[in-house]
Design a protein around this ligand. Structure first.
Ligand code: NAD
Ligand code: ZN
Length: 357
């Protein structure tokens, strides 16, 4: 038995308003004249947060276009642009949702690795550490702030650059930054965390490490989406810690059926991670009966619409593509259904599930 020896985030600061410590945090990381690059979620263009970014010298803000989830071509373009303009940079600071944080991780790595980020989609393919990188979430749920991956859509696959060089050197967890996120988006991203917990806690890979974090994250999600009658600052505080703990839980276990199926959907239709997971999880009563029941309650209570009939009218080839992408995610299925998962989740069975989405 070989135990996973995983790399974690270097430094963590948590608290309302801690974003204002960013200047001080970055100071020792500044090298010669190399700038800090702030990759800012385009949602914040001309918003007060943009003005609070502690620019010094030749630092730059680059607006991250997250209309689509990050692509390897976009990562390569950003890294190339920075190399041409500055040679090197002191660091990449990603401020935004999971998409912007993943972009920041990937661009940091590509500042010091040759070729295309598509060459490194997989496990432990990244050869050299990236430049210094910080993650600052403005949405809570993905756990991208703590994970050792950055999910990218490449020419042939949707897969992260999983490596010990991928986790952030620093994360800044300031729940004020998630205030006022649109209700639907906040729910979809929050449910990503809820689903991480259910998949981790009911999986065959579970151990006490994952259970401890997963149970806490689940409790926080329930407080926010089941118990609270209206959104307040406590909800932002709790959901930010739920995201962190949920991410820590899957670091030592794995996700499951919802993620495996949702990756297939997203590969073919471009469905985004949070909403895609909700669309799939809604139909998984056979695999996660208690979780799905509670999920449906949260959907109703929070007055959220879950899109239906996405796969209506797709061709056999298109169903096959989704099935292939999904079945390729072996560890997720093994975690969810055990070593004999291939006998349980046949192509026919998975096709029926996709047809219900
Ligand atoms: P997102 O980053 O894709 O952002 C969704 C939308 O919300 C965007 O339009 C963005 O501009 C906007 N937004 C961000 N912050 C906002 C705020 N405070 N107020 C209003 N709008 C705001 O959403 P997400 O759900 O956080 O992230 C999903 C991404 O994370 C996917 O690309 C997925 O692949 C990735 N992901 C990564 C990991 C990992 O471990 N690396 C895990 C799960 C998901
Ligand atoms: Zn997820």
């Amino acid at each position: 038995m070989k135990f996973r020896n995983f790399k974690m985030v270097g430094y963590v600061v948590y608290g309302r308003g801690c974003f204002d410590q960013l200047d001080e945090i970055l100071e020792p990381q500044r090298k010669n004249n190399a700038p800090m690059i702030f990759l800012l979620d385009h949602f914040f263009q001309n918003k007060p947060l943009e003005k609070r970014i502690p620019l010094r010298g030749n630092d730059e803000i680059i607006l991250a276009d997250v209309t689509y989830e990050p692509k390897t071509s976009y990562v390569d373009k950003l890294a190339q642009q920075l190399k041409e303009k500055f040679g090197t940079v002191s660091g990449i600071i990603g401020i935004g949702g999971g998409s912007t944080m993943d972009l920041a991780k990937a661009v940091s790595l590509m500042m010091n690795n040759t070729g295309s980020s598509a060459d490194y989609q997989g496990w432990d393919l990244v050869k050299k550490p990236g430049v210094y990188k910080t993650g600052i979430p403005t949405l809570s749920g993905t756990g991208a702030e703590v994970s050792r991956t950055c999910v990218l859509t490449g020419p042939t696959k949707k897969l992260g650059m999983n490596s010990d060089f991928t986790p952030f050197d620093q994360i800044v967890l300031d729940p004020e930054l998630t205030a006022n996120a649109p209700v639907n988006q906040r729910f979809y991203t929050g449910m990503d965390c809820y689903i991480h917990c259910i998949e981790s806690l009911t999986g065959t890979y579970l151990n006490e490490f994952s259970k401890s974090y997963g149970a806490k994250a689940l409790e926080l999600c329930q407080k926010v989406f089941v118990e609270k009658d209206s959104w307040d600052d406590d909800c932002d505080d709790m959901l930010m810690m739920a995201s962190y703990a949920g991410g820590m839980s899957i670091a030592y276990s794995q996700v499951g059926v919802a993620h495996a199926v949702s990756y297939g959907l997203s590969y073919l239709l471009g469905t985004k991670h949070g909403i895609g997971n909700c669309i799939v999880f809604d139909k998984l009563e056979e695999y996660y009966p208690a979780g799905v029941k509670e999920f449906k309650y949260m959907v109703e209570k929070n007055k959220i619409e879950i899109p239906q009939h996405l796969t209506k009218g797709l061709s056999d080839d298109q169903f096959d593509t989704m099935i292939n992408v999904s079945l390729g995610l072996k560890p997720l299925w093994e975690n969810a259904l055990g070593k004999d998962w291939e006998k349980i989740m046949t192509r026919e069975k998975l096709r029926k599930l996709f047809e219900r989405l």
